[in-house]
Design a protein around this ligand. Structure first.
Ligand code: AGP
Length: 579
């Protein structure tokens, strides 16, 4: 996810662009840049965080400009890959948030026609396409190019000699601000609120033209009116998109994150390291370990090859079978234990694959190849949307290795998450908030989810919680069951349902408060539950995704009820860069 910002008015644009990008930095911060229209187009861009080094950009002259703060998806963070991107003549500048899925074919086509490219990004195809279509009317040229782009994009475009800025929205958010003799465009309202509370939310397919004369919006070739709305949020709230915590915002971003990650991977070539593998060893820590453990179940169930999962911190004490592919899973790409595990795998000549959310992170430079999540920056220490993005990568991997076993369910996964987010969990929270200790139990792929639910609960509510394989709970932990030790049981429909149902009744018989996340409409299951939370319809993928969202929300609301510091829990860091 990236942040884009544009200003068009009577004052010098550059200072507004710098401040606007600083307000959007939470959307992405590995590089930044601005383009301002004056005699030509002046561009200033580089790697790094604008809040740490963008002051000099404010000196650029001109009263109309665009800016970008980046969360790299194609092309590592460096000066060349920073936005804005230009056409061959350097007279058309574009900033972009989203993914152009068909960029590779477009790039080859443009290069065959002699266009020179300066970056590795998908975005750079856009100014070159506009260059070919431009005959003096920038909005018309942009309108001609848009049908050729596949994927998601919010664009801002300016051109030398043109007095208008063009803004386009397609599956990536874009908001316009209506100020006093100034008009703005931004990825969200955060930077706009500085100037005005009057905003226009563009819709997919809208092409807006901003100039000192005002705003015109086209949709499907005809002029449209979009309502001017009044935002009454405070700036502090808006940075979190109106959510009280980044964690909740990131939980609610998960439908978009799952779709974006799945769509992006579908458009990418399969890494050579995946050809003809005889087995897989996944190494990771924390939430990423839980995602890797779930992947193991899917690989062995659907792909017919052996899969192992090792805690990265334990991997250093033994060596896996020689010809296994070693997969390092790390949202940050900087977790010391996981990096050490990949380095050891390389020393033993294993092929290596990284799964990460951060382009240019250390793990991407150690592994033979990388599969990227598209979760955007995850600000809250507790991993939520990055877990969903890891699942999206693993579903894609399993679907590829099994030649399509999961395909049909991947395109609707975001709906299952969205349905789960609508559930009212307050009865379950009431049972958890006073717990002395908790257990989370599940079977098969829902055992890793039980581990993840327990991890979320303990790391943000500080309630001691253990994740357990449901079949193991009778081998000792039963001694701990009592009325103030609630159990969260994952009991979806499927092969394990009958024995899982028995496990729930055994725990219930010992006076344990039972919170059950299970098959909707199952009367017996509801009767044995103290709190029953229904899963949406669908198959394994939908149930895994919905259960994940429910477990995250249960931990979140319990922590809020207990007044915890949800986004920055005590003693924790977002990335553990020491062993
Ligand atoms: C989970 O909520 C924690 N933030 C933590 O367990 C995290 O998953 C772990 O430190 C691994 O981080 P990584 O994915 O960046 O390697």
């Amino acid at each position: 996810m990236c942040g884009i910002f544009g200003y068009c008015g009577k004052k010098k644009a550059a200072p507004f662009l710098v401040e606007g990008l600083r307000r959007l930095e939470y959307r992405g911060y590995d590089s930044f840049g601005i383009a301002v229209s004056n005699q030509g187009i002046t561009v200033r861009k580089r790697e790094g965080k604008i809040s740490l080094g963008g002051a000099d950009l404010a000196r650029v002259k001109g009263t109309m400009g665009i800016g970008h703060t980046r969360w790299a998806t194609h092309g590592v963070p460096n000066d060349q890959n920073a936005h804005p991107h230009l056409d061959c003549q350097g007279t058309i500048a574009v900033v972009h948030n989203g993914i152009i899925e068909n960029y590779a074919a477009l790039k080859r086509e443009l290069q065959d026609r002699g266009h020179e490219f300066r970056s590795e990004t998908d975005t750079e195809v856009i100014p070159h396409l506009i260059e070919e279509a431009f005959r003096g009317d920038l909005a018309a040229a942009v309108g001609e190019v848009i049908p050729r782009l596949e994927g998601s994009y919010a664009l801002l475009v300016i051109a030398a000699g043109c007095t208008e800025m063009v803004a386009v929205r397609q599956k990536s958010p874009l908001v316009l601000g209506v100020g006093d003799r100034a008009f703005l465009a931004a990825s969200d309202v955060t930077p706009i609120l500085e100037h005005t509370e009057r905003v226009i939310f563009l819709e997919d397919g809208d092409i807006a033209t901003l100039s000192t004369r005002g705003i015109e919006i086209q949709h499907g070739g005809t002029g449209v009116e979009r309502p001017v709305q009044r935002i009454d949020w405070s700036l502090a709230e808006v940075k979190k998109g109106g959510f009280p915590h980044y964690m909740q915002k990131e939980i609610y971003e998960q439908p978009e994150v799952f779709s974006l990650t799945t769509r992006a991977l579908r458009g990418e070539e399969t890494p050579a390291v995946l050809q003809g593998i005889r087995g897989v060893t996944l190494v990771a820590c924390g939430t990423s370990f839980n995602a890797a453990l779930l992947c193991r179940y899917l690989i062995e169930e659907y792909c017919g090859i052996p899969a192992r999962v090792e805690l990265a911190s334990e991997f250093k004490y033994y060596t896996p079978p020689g010809d296994y592919l070693v997969v390092g899973v790390s949202q940050s790409g900087e977790t010391a234990d996981t990096l050490a595990a990949i380095e050891k795998a390389r020393m033993h000549n294993h092929p290596t694959l990284a799964v990460t959310n951060v382009l240019g992170s250390t793990i991407t430079r150690l592994a033979d190849h990388t599969l990227y999540m598209r979760a955007g920056p995850e600000i809250s220490v507790a991993a939520t949307k990055s877990f969903i993005a890891e699942l999206a990568v693993f579903f894609h991997l399993v679907d590829h290795l099994s030649e399509g076993a999961l395909e049909s369910s991947l395109s609707t996964g975001h709906l299952a998450i969205g349905e789960a987010l609508l559930q009212d969990l307050s009865p379950a929270v009431d049972l958890c908030r006073d717990a002395r200790s908790m257990f989370f139990v599940g079977r098969g792929p829902f055992y890793p989810l039980a581990l993840e639910g327990a991890l979320k609960m303990k790391e943000i509510s500080y309630i001691h919680a253990e994740g357990y394989a449901a079949g193991e709970i009778k081998h000792g932990p039963f001694a701990l069951l009592c009325p103030d030790t609630p159990v969260v049981a994952l009991c979806p429909p499927g092969q394990a349902f009958p024995v899982m149902f028995s496990n729930i009744r055994e725990m219930k018989a010992r006076g344990t408060p039972m919170i059950v996340i299970g098959a909707e409409g199952n009367q017996d299951l509801q009767e044995v539950s103290d709190v029953f939370i229904p899963l949406p319809g669908g198959g394994l993928v939908s149930h895994v995704l919905a259960s994940t969202a429910l477990l995250q929300l249960l931990a979140y609301h319990t922590a809020v009820a207990l007044g915890r510091d949800v986004d920055q829990p005590r003693n924790l860091a977002k990335s553990v860069t020491v062993e």
